[in-house]
Design a protein around this ligand. Structure first.
Ligand SMILES: [Zn+2]
Length: 430
């Protein structure tokens, strides 16, 4: 399986300058591709067609163009050929995504001030525990902070991406590693419920709180944002203010990311089965509901901005749990989240009125009482356990006992259903 390992690179003055140069070359080629597309479209339109022919964007054709560009601009030759070649690949991918409707925007020009300096090395990258060899750059030291200092896992290196963030260069190594051997010791099962009040509520009656942005910090962000807004466009002052804002924001997001890693590692180590809500389904339904309930466009944008900063990243937590469970040879089962907060864990009665308010749950049939988040976590776990024991398709269980939930089941089918990601060696796979 593939595993990405990211760490900081200790670039000296020369390397630093070279990396920025390569990133500039990369951006130049991208923009040249975009300009070429616009030109080709214009020509096609003047000839009566609506779009330029597809042959004008084939890999061979664009590669030939790239050769011409490098001949005409000798400074591009300083960058490794393969790095520039990757831009062509990326461009074709982005254009295809636009034409097939996967994204709404066609590839656009990358502005110098806005583009993040980045490049990908697909070949000739070598690696040891202290340094990485990159073409045209030689051996560069990196901070081997993986796996708590145990280093990058043994495996075949597929590609390396170098990226400039918060004043430092980072390298992301894509490794092909052996699938881990499953541990056969049966361990505790856990259900997880994600929420606003408690970031993560566990079925074992524990609440975990992510270190999100504090009020003080959000005031500071607002203050820094205003400073950026007050500077005139394209001024050095504005660039400096923007850098300050970015640095502050990324410190917060790094803190949250650190919490995510530590929490998910601890959970994955100690649980043979972790069940969580399949968030793809949840977000889908949430967005449909949101269009009716939140009509104000400015409000939504502001809320979206805040959320982007504040959100604890449930999707990332799920991803981490998924691969960390697989690493330990444990199981991770995403379940359909429909009605997990309205189902009584004791008698199985499903009723919206069971949920008194955001925090409290009281069953109208049997009188069972608990905190709503723990009820959600218990239901998620129960659903996953039933699922793994009976081997039933997840959509059947999603309907829950005592109620016909046709819309939810249909939504799950439309989404391709959610298959359990059980490891073959895991005790739960059988
Ligand atoms: Zn009940």
């Amino acid at each position: 399986m593939l595993r990405a390992c990211r760490c900081r690179v200790e670039a000296d003055e020369v390397t630093n300058r070279k990396l920025f140069g390569f990133a500039d070359g990369r951006r130049w080629v991208w923009n040249a591709c975009v300009a070429w597309t616009e030109e080709a479209n214009l020509v096609a339109r003047s000839a009566g067609a609506s779009w330029a022919p597809g042959a004008a964007f084939s890999l061979t054709f664009l590669s030939r163009l790239l050769n011409q560009w490098t001949e005409a601009n000798p400074w591009l030759k300083l960058a490794p050929k393969q790095v520039l070649q990757q831009v062509v690949h990326d461009f074709i991918k982005a254009r295809t995504a636009f034409l097939t409707g996967a994204v709404t925007q066609p590839p656009r020009f990358q502005k110098e001030r806005k583009a993040i300096p980045t490049m990908r090395f697909p070949q000739h990258v070598r690696l040891n525990q202290e340094a990485v060899f990159l073409p045209e750059l030689g051996w560069i030291k990196y901070r081997n902070s993986f796996n708590r200092g145990r280093g990058i896992p043994a495996g075949k290196l597929r590609s390396a991406t170098v990226r400039f963030e918060d004043g430092h260069w980072f390298i992301s190594l894509l490794m092909k590693v052996e699938a881990p051997v499953a541990t056969q010791t049966p361990m505790a099962a856990l259900g997880i419920d994600c929420g606003v009040k408690n970031t993560v509520a566990l079925s074992s009656r524990v609440n975990l709180q992510a270190p999100l942005m504090t009020d003080e910090e959000s005031h500071r962000v607002l203050f820094l944002e205003r400073r950026v807004a007050r500077c005139s466009l394209d001024s050095n002052r504005r660039a400096l203010a923007q850098r300050r804002l970015n640095r502050f924001r990324s410190r917060i997001s790094r803190r949250i990311q650190d919490w995510r890693h530590k929490t998910t590692t601890a959970l994955a180590k100690n649980h043979g089965l972790i069940a969580a809500e399949d968030l793809a389904l949840k977000s889908m339904t949430a967005s449909a509901r949101g269009t009716v309930e939140a009509p104000g466009s400015n409000v939504a944008r502001k809320a979206g901005l805040n959320r982007a900063l504040l959100e604890p990243g449930f999707g990332i937590i799920m991803q981490m749990l998924d691969y960390k469970q697989a690493d330990c040879g444990h199981a991770f089962i995403p379940v359909n989240p429909a009605h997990t907060s309205q189902t009584c864990p004791k008698c199985g009665h499903v009723f919206p009125g069971n949920r008194l308010d955001r925090d409290h749950f009281e069953c109208v049939r049997c009188g069972f009482e608990d905190e709503a988040d723990f009820v959600g976590a218990r239901n998620v776990l129960r659903r996953a356990q039933l699922h793994s024991l009976a081997g039933l398709p997840e959509t059947v269980l999603a309907a829950g006992p005592g109620r016909d939930c046709a819309p939810a089941a249909k939504a799950a089918r439309a989404h391709g259903g959610s298959q359990p990601r059980t490891n073959p060696g895991s005790p739960l796979a059988a």
